[in-house]
Design a protein around this ligand. Structure first.
Ligand code: NI
Length: 141
């Protein structure tokens, strides 16, 4: 096993330690291994999707963060073929919640979501991906 060092903000670490106690992990390493495994598995499942899909991407960001709002908008314009609509909610003085409804190839939606969530300052990013076949069944009769 290899030893790695990571840096966490104090508040994030405190939350993580509380999570570790709640879940009954023996130590931080065990908890980190478990979380990494879970996330990699999720990613593998997501990457397996192919074909037409619709997606709902949600995330929170601080609109005071330098250039972030502009970069997020640019990303959406660059992928205007995927973004059907966006909903923007000003949660408080600093934070915005954005929801983007997407349609396109599952892999393209995945990449768009990753690009958005990888922006520094974007938090709680989540993509809910549905194969288009599930949501676009023709009406009977
Ligand atoms: Ni806002």
């Amino acid at each position: 096993m290899e030893r790695v060092t990571i840096s966490l903000e104090e508040t994030l670490l405190a939350e993580f330690d509380a999570f570790i106690r709640r879940k009954g992990y023996e130590n931080r390493s065990e908890a980190v291994r478990d979380l990494v495994r879970g996330r990699l598995e999720e990613d593998r499942v997501a990457e397996d999707h192919s074909g037409p899909a619709v997606g709902c991407l949600s995330y929170v960001y601080n609109h005071h963060q330098r250039e972030l709002a502009r970069r997020l908008t640019s990303t959406q314009h660059a992928h205007h073929d995927l973004v059907l609509t966006t909903l923007h909610v000003h949660l408080d003085h600093d934070n915005c919640l954005e929801v983007a409804i997407l349609r396109g190839e599952a892999g393209d939606l995945q990449h768009f979501a990753e690009e958005t969530m990888a922006e520094t300052g974007v938090r709680h990013g989540q993509l809910h991906l549905l194969p288009a076949a599930l949501v676009a069944k023709p009406k009977p009769g």
